[in-house]
Design a protein around this ligand. Structure first.
Ligand code: NAG
Ligand code: NAG
Ligand code: NAG
Ligand code: NAG
Ligand code: NAG
Length: 261
């Protein structure tokens, strides 16, 4: 009897110890992965004239204290990365895909350039992406649509090319804000775009979009802003545009549209 109790106690201790060792090591592995990922990003920054990262992103302090980095309270993993307007130049490394816990990514208003790595699509928890006002290029369809929780997407003022994927809204059902102005997007406005049921802001100005403005535009009951300026959209403005009762701002100028609203 005594022996059994002792054995059971010893077993329980062993299980507890094992649990502790395993959870401790997973935790440090995860935070180490995030640290090496951020260091890889830092190594790809070729110019940091305002010294945001140079000294601050130091291995002597926890990454959770680094400027622009926010960690989740429960997991101590990087949750948000906000490098907006830091005058950084460089490229985005493939390793970015290892920051798997991230929900917020803002690298807008810098001088990042090049192709976005396809590994970015690993970050399926993202609900906010801003890469606006950089010098990225490449087909937008290559990596858009892998973020099922995305609410905010801004890619304005880069050199992205290609058509707007017609299944975009099937893949991004929660999208509320879409900023694609000032790029080199081409092709027609896909009817699929009007399946984004909760979308409020659509900015597609100053691209090379062509074709007509489909009458399905009238489906967007929550739409507040539509900016299509400076494209080659033609034909008659569909009557359904008057179904957009939530609209506050409607920019259609510098196209080949006719008709009345
Ligand atoms: C990111 O993950 C890949 C694949 O697991 C690995 O090869 C690479 O070394 C990792 N990068 C960093 C910076 O940890
Ligand atoms: C890095 O920047 C953050 C936020 O500005 C600041 O709280 C922290 O003390 C800085 N760390 C170092 C080592 O400079
Ligand atoms: C970027 O930062 C500079 C310097 O702090 C500031 O003057 C400027 O207004 C900022 N720009 C934006 C778009 O926030
Ligand atoms: C485009 O982005 C650059 C930074 O890369 C900025 O200097 C410029 O003012 C932006 N242009 C517009 C029209 O917003
Ligand atoms: C949308 O507008 C059209 C034309 O003005 C109208 O016939 C139709 O009933 C409207 N649909 C809805 C759902 O409001």
């Amino acid at each position: 009897m005594m022996g059994n109790t002792r054995l059971i106690t010893a077993l329980m201790m062993a299980v507890l110890l094992l649990h502790f060792v395993v959870s401790f090591s997973t935790k440090t592995t995860d935070i180490n992965t995030d640290q090496s990922t951020l260091l890889a990003l830092k190594a790809h920054v070729v110019s940091d004239p305002r010294n945001f990262l140079t000294t601050n992103w130091s291995v002597d302090t926890s990454i959770c204290n680094w400027v622009g980095v926010t960690c989740g309270s429960r997991h101590q993993r990087v949750k948000a990365l906000d490098l907006f307007n830091m005058s950084l130049s460089g490229t985005i490394p493939l390793d970015i895909g290892n920051l798997s816990f991230r929900t917020w990514l803002d690298i807008g208003y810098n001088n990042f350039q090049g192709l976005l790595p396809v590994q970015l699509t690993n970050l399926h928890r993202l609900n906010f992406i801003s890469m606006s006002d950089n010098n990225f290029y490449g087909e937008i369809s290559l990596w858009i649509g892998y973020f099922p929780k995305l609410q905010y997407l801004s890619m304005s003022n880069n050199s992205f090319t290609g058509p707007i994927p017609s299944d975009m809204c099937d893949r991004l059902p929660t999208l509320k804000e879409l900023y694609f102005s000032d790029n080199k997007l081409s092709g027609k406005i896909p009817i699929g775009l009007f399946k984004c049921k909760v979308i409020q802001n659509i900015f597609l100005a100053f691209n090379n979009l062509e074709g007509i403005l489909p009458e399905e535009i009238g489906n967007l009951k929550m739409l507040r802003t539509l900016d299509l300026r400076g494209n080659q959209i033609q034909g008659i403005i569909p009557q359904q545009i008057s179904n957009l009762t939530a609209v506050r701002v409607l920019y259609l100028s510098h196209n080949f549209l006719t008709g009345i609203i």
